[in-house]
Design a binder for this molecule. Sequence first.
Ligand SMILES: Cc1cc2nc3c(=O)[nH]c(=O)nc-3n(C[C@H](O)[C@H](O)[C@H](O)COP(=O)(O)OP(=O)(O)OC[C@H]3O[C@@H](n4cnc5c(N)ncnc54)[C@H](O)[C@@H]3O)c2cc1C
Length: 298
Amino acid sequence: MKPAPFRYHRAASLEDAIATLASAGPDDDVRVIAGGQSLGPMLNLRLVRPTVLVDIHRIEALRAIEPLPDGGVRIGACVTHAQLEDLPPGGAFSAANPAVFPAGLADVLRHVAGGIAYRAIRCRGTIGGSLAHADPAADWPSALAALGATIELTGPAGRRNVAARDFCHGLFETAIEPGEVLAAILLPGSGIRRWGRGKHCRKAGEFAHALAVCIDRGGDGVEVWLGATGAAPVAIALDRAFVDGVAGSRASAALRRTRMRERIAASLPAAIAPGDAYARHLHAQVAAEAVIDAMANP
Ligand SMILES: Cc1cc2nc3c(=O)[nH]c(=O)nc-3n(C[C@H](O)[C@H](O)[C@H](O)COP(=O)(O)OP(=O)(O)OC[C@H]3O[C@@H](n4cnc5c(N)ncnc54)[C@H](O)[C@@H]3O)c2cc1C
């Protein structure tokens, strides 16, 4: 199938994109297109029939990865998964920019980005498009919530920030209001002590059936964020003493994972895969792997 006819506008700047969205007539359905890796197939299948597409992919200001004055990092919405996968080792922003990422952050970004789909999709698909699309099985929503990211939205009323943990409201639902563009992702400057990740998919490159990210910044508790739950990402808080006890125990790796899984399973919200014991087991297992993986990091 081919898409239904639409008008196409390549935005020269974020302001141009917002003005074009705002100028839509009452009968127009205007949509932003970034990498087109999710919207393209939806257009071809005629699941959506926008009358106007506003292409933001070439807006230079949305393609930058920059250090922030407070030590954090700003990632433009149109930065591709491949750009993040290719961040230089050692945490530098680029070969030309010797400023370094907060400890551990570049490793997490590289790892999450590199696990998305296939390289061809990663070269076009963007971090902002992935968040805005809010497929519950996507990798970024749970990872950015775990990283404590803030999402920067710009619209006719100006700029506003939303915490990544509050950004996804459910299946393909986000905090983005009509006329707004997701402009950037802001990551905090505090270093990551340890991190771990779990992902289960039937075939490499496919969307996950269960996802989990655990970021340990050394506080009283340890949080693990679960994705691919069918709705918005979910956090499970674990007691530091319990996590350290399991991680430091002399039990076998399999037994440590089982203890962690049982503890997480006991806290798994009832709304996750209700009535599907296998899926609930999988979510708890993958989350346990993320925590054990994090604790195994020095
Ligand atoms: C075969 C296949 C396998 C995949 N596997 C995975 C996977 O394992 N994990 C994973 O996470 N993803 C996966 N994806 C999705 C991929 O990561 C896409 O990059 C991502 O979902 C959408 O990004 P995009 O830039 O292509 O957005 P687009 O397709 O251009 O847009 C998607 C939606 O977001 C809106 N949008 C885009 N950018 C903005 C913005 N800045 N502001 C406001 N709205 C915006 C668009 O209007 C549209 O509704 C897969 C895709 C394919 C085709």
